[in-house]
Ligand binder design. Structure first.
Ligand code: GLN
Length: 488
């Protein structure tokens, strides 16, 4: 069954000619047809376009040459991308009625990179509208189910990508992480997800939610697969003013590490104290013991300002969202209200009809914290606290090589459980958002099933700026030492 292969396995077989690109695409399309009625992971399945792309790769064949695998590392490999990345061959909806029929005139940087590496875009995946949410229940179109229990949420906002790779609909996927949207759905579904350092992957063509937080990253079934995708999408791009002009280390070479000896790993006590479910604590503590057994020195560290993280994040991210979403006015992009109206009504009605509840809530909150009279006490204060949180991380990371903590305080919950309770759902982002406030990288690694829920638990490995190679190498060692998670 080719859909069961890992990305690394399928790419080898494609390059060797043992599997043809059309066969790889067909395997994914079959799997999508089989699982989509329950999962709703995809908003667009690019059946014909993907098959067409596969045929044209096949017609020319895998180029024979010493550097071919370097130049075309994903030749013929079907990959899904979150529907927040612009694709000129497919709609880009951000799971919003406002962009329901929007087809961008260009591809996002990461989509270009995937295609230049030979990958085939097979689907655009579901998300919380404009990436605002933690369960993919805020999509305007469908709710994505967790492949391990369809009564439960897939997490969010990249729940579509997490469900898609976990259910083996594609060999890998891209997500975006503004406050945890790669790591949390990866943890809840049981796949691997990497949020790179801010600036490591270009945001060009990724629809903005909160520009100083947003970061694109890979999701896959193994750490190695994730590293491969990361190596394809990372790097400088002059079209993103915040793109880092730094060389990207060879992350694949870094995976040769055999154990964790010589490494000091810090447990930030604020992440582990209180608020975690017993089964999450147990599974993550077990992973820490395994790390210790592999030679790591474990110490406790402190991030004292973390208790302000939720408030700080929701003030700043909403402020940025309110300005970023001002461009959706019914004139330049997407949906325009059909009511008879004045110019002002065009704006008001298009936005009222186009945006969902959660997006409106963020715009209202963001406009409020930026308004004259409140700017200093909310936006400015939150910006100052953001700096303190970064300093906490910098200090902790002088004492150790990386930090270990759970990704989410609980495993996947029943669909609908928090839909009318935004505050509780915001609070559950507590373990992921600090890292976005600091701009640092984090890897979510599945470490087992919760004893009571039998749903996946994710461990978060957080590190120094631009230290993705280190995180991937630690994750790879741990992944091999932990018992494998059965496939769904
Ligand atoms: N759950 C967080 C939010 O709603 C993070 C979302 C994200 O990372 N895109 O803002």
């Amino acid at each position: 069954m080719p859909h069961r292969l890992s990305l690394m396995q399928v790419r080898e077989r494609l390059a060797a000619g043992d599997i043809l690109p059309t066969e790889a695409v067909q395997a994914c399309l079959n799997r999508i047809a089989e699982t989509e009625p329950q999962l709703h992971a995809c908003l667009t399945v690019h059946s014909e376009g993907a098959m067409q792309a596969a045929k044209s790769l096949e017609a020319s064949g895998f180029p024979q040459g010493p550097d071919s695998q370097k130049l075309l590392p994903l030749w013929g490999v079907p990959i899904a991308v979150k529907d927040v990345f612009c694709t000129k061959a497919m709609p880009t909806t951000c799971a919003s009625r406002l962009l329901e029929n929007f087809i961008p005139p260009y591809d996002a940087f990461v989509v270009e990179r995937l295609q230049n590496a030979g990958a085939i875009i097979i689907a655009k995946t579901n998300l919380d509208e404009f990436a605002m949410g933690s369960s993919t229940e805020h999509s305007a179109f469908v709710v994505t189910a967790n492949p391990r229990d369809v009564e439960k949420v897939a997490g969010g906002s990249s729940g579509g990508s997490a469900a898609c790779v976990t259910a083996m609909q594609a060999y890998g996927a891209l997500g975006s992480d503004t406050g945890g949207s790669i790591r949390q759905p990866a943890a809840l579904c049981g796949c691997v997800g990497l949020k790179p350092t801010y600036g490591r992957v270009s945001r060009y063509g990724m629809v903005a939610y909160a520009s100083s937080f947003d970061q694109a990253g890979p999701m896959a079934r193994t750490v190695e697969d994730c590293a491969m995708l990361f190596s394809v999408i990372a790097g400088y791009d002059e079209r993103d003013a915040t793109s880092a002009q730094l060389p990207v280390p060879d992350v694949m070479a870094g995976l040769s590490r055999k154990d964790l000896s010589g490494l000091t790993l810090g447990l930030p006590k604020e992440y582990w104290d209180g608020g975690l479910s017993a089964e999450v604590t147990a599974a993550c503590r077990n992973a820490v013991r395994v790390a210790e057994g592999l030679g790591a020195r474990i110490i406790e560290v402190s991030l004292p300002h973390m208790r302000y993280a939720v408030a700080t994040y929701y003030i700043l991210a909403s402020a940025e969202a309110s300005t970023n979403l001002a461009r959706f006015d019914g004139v330049r992009y997407g949906r325009r209200s059909q009511k008879e109206q004045s110019l002002l009504d065009v704006y008001t009605n298009s936005r009222s009809e186009g945006f969902g509840e959660e997006v409106k809530r963020r715009i209202l909150l963001g406009t409020y914290v930026l308004s004259a009279g409140y700017y200093d006490s909310y936006y400015k204060k939150a910006s100052q606290v953001r700096r303190l949180i970064l300093q906490d991380f910098e200090k902790a990371l002088t004492q150790c090589d990386a930090l270990l903590a759970p990704v989410a305080p609980v495993t996947a919950w029943k669909r609908g459980a928090f839909i009318d309770d935004p505050l509780t759902s915001y609070k559950m982002d507590i373990l992921t958002i600090s890292l976005n406030l600091a701009g640092l990288p984090g890897l979510a690694l599945p470490v087992g099933l919760g004893e009571t829920s039998r749903m996946p638990v994710g461990l978060q490995i957080m590190g120094k700026a631009f230290g993705e190679a280190e995180l991937l190498s630690i994750g790879n060692v741990l992944e091999k030492a932990l018992p494998g998670m059965e496939r769904c």
